[in-house]
Structures are given as structure tokens and as C-alpha cells.
Design a protein around this ligand. Structure first.
Ligand SMILES: CC(C)(COP(=O)(O)OP(=O)(O)OC[C@H]1O[C@@H](n2cnc3c(N)ncnc32)[C@H](O)[C@@H]1OP(=O)(O)O)[C@@H](O)C(=O)NCCC(=O)NCCS
Length: 194
């Protein structure tokens, strides 16, 4: 296993990644974030928190105390808030899921609260988190799927520099039925080094 990258090898960057972009701070949710997360829940936008986050205020504290980092090391997820640093407001979330530490690849997913869409936040977050994953994060491939009829999500992937690889036919199930999914990826050697 010589030369194999493992997140435990880079404790400094992996234990608490804080990623900054033009308008956003992207960092994992933690125990000190109850007020920020509560604002998202009471504003009726719980889907802007990561999958599995409570939709009610009560269990928020317990959810925030869970240790994402252990989950990430073990092939789980690492969820980042999209924090608008100017307003100190969570505008959405972006997560990396199911890392494969042999291939050094991970899947990504994202969501922006409905009252903050159309301002470029998802594209900005995806570009920044992907760059971190493909550099300090030790990965060589970041990928995602978007339903082919989710034009906003397809556009976000394109704007963040992802390449479309193909279509998984009827691979996604939503409340309204089955959807084709487009697969996108970004490789470390495709990062804009400018
Ligand atoms: C997809 C989503 C994350 C986009 O967030 P966002 O912050 O609004 O995205 P951005 O502002 O960075 O970019 C959106 C792009 O889609 C475009 N767009 C939005 N709705 C569109 C539509 N109906 N048709 C075509 N393009 C559309 C916007 O014009 C923009 O592109 P542009 O900058 O070239 O004009 C957000 O709509 C969302 O949370 N949706 C629900 C959850 C979801 O679908 N997540 C993705 C799962 S793969």
C-alpha cells in the first residue's frame, strides 16, 4: 500500500477543512453552529441542510455534535455549509459522499435554499469544494449526477468545470417518478491552475 493516500495521513487539513471562495466560507457543520442551522430550519428551508439533518429545531444540537470526520474516513459523507460570509447566513449545503480511498474518488451533491437560488452560490461552492478535494483533500476524481431535466443542476456542474461523461437511463427515482441522470466529473489535472 505504498504511497496510498488516506485522510488520516493529512490530519491538519482533513480534520477541519475551511474553504474560502469569493463570497462563501465552506466548512463542516459542528456543535457551535446551532444558531446558524436554526435560522435555516425556522425559515422553512430544512432541505438546504444536509441529508439526514432534522427538519425541527429540537434534535439540531444532537445532529450537530455527530462527528462527520470519522464517517468521511470510513467511506461516509463530509457535509459543508455554504456560509455567506458577508451576511453570516447559511445559503445551502454541499457534501462529498462515499469516498473511495483506493481510487481516490468521491461523489458530490448540493442544494441551495429556494430564496437564495440564481445568484451563483452552488456553482461557486462546487468549484471551491472540488478544488479542495482534488488538492489538499488527496483525491483525483470528483463526480456527481444530475437529473437530465434538472437544468439548474446541470448548469451548475458545467459552470464549475465538470465534464459530462454520459447518461444513466432511468437511474434516479423522485416523487414524480423515474429520471435519467447525467454523470459529470472533474479530475485533478483538469483544475484551472491560474
Ligand atoms: C440546483 C441548485 C443547487 C442550483 O443552485 P443555485 O445557487 O441557484 O445555482 P447557480 O446560481 O450557481 O447556477 C444556476 C444556473 O442554472 C440556471 N438555471 C436555473 N434554472 C434554470 C432552468 N429552469 N433552465 C435552465 N437554466 C436554469 C441559471 O440561469 C444558472 O446558470 P447561469 O449562471 O448560466 O445563468 C438549486 O436550484 C437547488 O438547490 N435545487 C434543488 C436541489 C437540487 O436539485 N440539487 C442538485 C441535485 S444534483
Amino acid at each position: 500500500m505504498m504511497g496510498r493516500m488516506h485522510p488520516g495521513d493529512t490530519v491538519g487539513t482533513f480534520s477541519s477543512p475551511v474553504i474560502r471562495s469569493a463570497r462563501l466560507v465552506l466548512r463542516p457543520y459542528g456543535p457551535g453552529d446551532e444558531a446558524l442551522a436554526l435560522e435555516v430550519v425556522v425559515s422553512g428551508e430544512p432541505e438546504a441542510l444536509p441529508p439526514g439533518a432534522p427538519a425541527e429545531p429540537g434534535p439540531l444540537g444532537e445532529w450537530l455534535r455527530a462527528d462527520d470526520r470519522r464517517s468521511w474516513r470510513d467511506g461516509g459523507a463530509l457535509h459543508f455549509m455554504m456560509l455567506d460570509s458577508g451576511r453570516n447566513k447559511i445559503v445551502g449545503s454541499i457534501g462529498a459522499f462515499h469516498p473511495d480511498w483506493e481510487v481516490r474518488s468521491t461523489e458530490l451533491g448540493y442544494g441551495v435554499r429556494s430564496d437564495e437560488r440564481g445568484q451563483g452560490f452552488a456553482s461557486e461552492a462546487l468549484a471551491a469544494v472540488s478544488r479542495w478535494l482534488l488538492t489538499d483533500g488527496g483525491l483525483q476524481r470528483a463526480w456527481l449526477t444530475a437529473n437530465t431535466d434538472n437544468l439548474a443542476s446541470v448548469r451548475v456542474a458545467e459552470k464549475a468545470g465538470f465534464q459530462r461523461e454520459g447518461t444513466l437511463r432511468r437511474a434516479g427515482l423522485e416523487d414524480d417518478g423515474l429520471h435519467d441522470q447525467a454523470v459529470f466529473s472533474l479530475l485533478d489535472d483538469e483544475l484551472d491552475r491560474g
